[in-house]
Design a protein around this ligand. Structure first.
Ligand code: KIV
Length: 261
């Protein structure tokens, strides 16, 4: 039986950290799921890491739906969540509902993630959760608002901004969000928010005191040319792939057999 939004709440209650990663396609999603990742997010970061765009803004609903369907086929255990892309949910709760239902009906993901807090997104989260659609919130550095924020900067640095972030997280939880991603905020603030909220916090660049952690899998595995500074690389797949392809190329060019083991 796979994990549900309630499983994540139980992990928080038992003080067991939640392991989350992004997934973009079938084969790697299958490996991540078999390796015991609790939550897999088909994030709009795939706009950059899988599609080669320079931000999360261009990726479309149809592109994300396509990736969600592939990932779904590789995942049995992890809770599967899809990002709602920029422009597909901000206009009204009804617009968010139409987009979110496409993700649940057409791909089999179990929940959606959207960026932002009050007042508008709190209303939208309430509308979706009351309609039976689980929502993962996302506060702090919200990459879809990069131009409004003036870059990919740490958020919540002043006392006022920190208080506002905590209020927003409480409002999202009150509206029914099952968990909230905290991106690029001061570590002590993330710890304070995690201690105050009853729902799990999932940090990215927010320090070790969150209830769980998420990273972009391409960054973790060393597939991204320039990963964010807060990412500790756990593998160097760019080098590994280049080396393997180099050896294959050398065999081919030397007419050596590469078919036998
Ligand atoms: O799109 C994404 O990958 C995200 C992160 C939280 C990892 O939103």
């Amino acid at each position: 039986m796979g994990l549900s939004i309630h499983s994540l709440r139980k992990l928080k209650e038992r003080a067991q950290p939640i392991v989350a990663l992004t997934a973009t396609e079938y084969a790697i999603a299958h490996v991540l799921d078999q390796a015991g990742v609790d939550l897999l997010l088909v994030g709009d970061s795939l706009s950059m890491v899988a599609l080669g765009y320079t931000s999360t803004l261009p990726v479309t609903v149809d592109e994300l739906l396509h990736h969600c369907r592939a990932v779904r086929r590789g995942v049995e255990r992890a809770l599967l969540v899809a990002d709602l892309p920029f422009g597909s949910y901000e206009q009204s709760p009804q617009q968010a509902f139409s987009t979110a239902t496409r993700f649940l009906k057409e791909t089999g993901v179990q929940a959606v993630k959207l960026e932002g807090g009050y007042p508008r997104m709190v209303e939208t989260v309430a509308f979706l959760t009351e309609s039976g659609i689980p929502v993962l919130g996302h506060l702090g550095l919200t990459p879809q608002a990069v131009h409004q924020l003036g870059g990919y900067r740490v958020q919540g640095k002043t006392a006022q901004a920190a208080e506002r972030l905590l209020d927003q997280a409480l409002a999202l939880a009150g509206a029914g969000a099952f968990a909230v991603v905290l991106e690029h905020i001061p570590h002590d603030l993330a710890g304070e928010m995690s201690g105050t909220l009853l729902i799990p916090t999932i940090g990215i660049g927010a320090g070790p005191h969150c209830d769980g952690q998420i990273l972009v899998t391409h960054d973790l595995l060393g597939l991204t040319e320039k990963p964010p500074l807060f990412v500790k690389p756990y593998a160097d797949l760019r080098a590994l792939i280049a080396e393997a392809v180099g050896r294959y190329g050398a065999d081919v060019r030397a007419h050596r057999s590469f078919e036998e083991r």
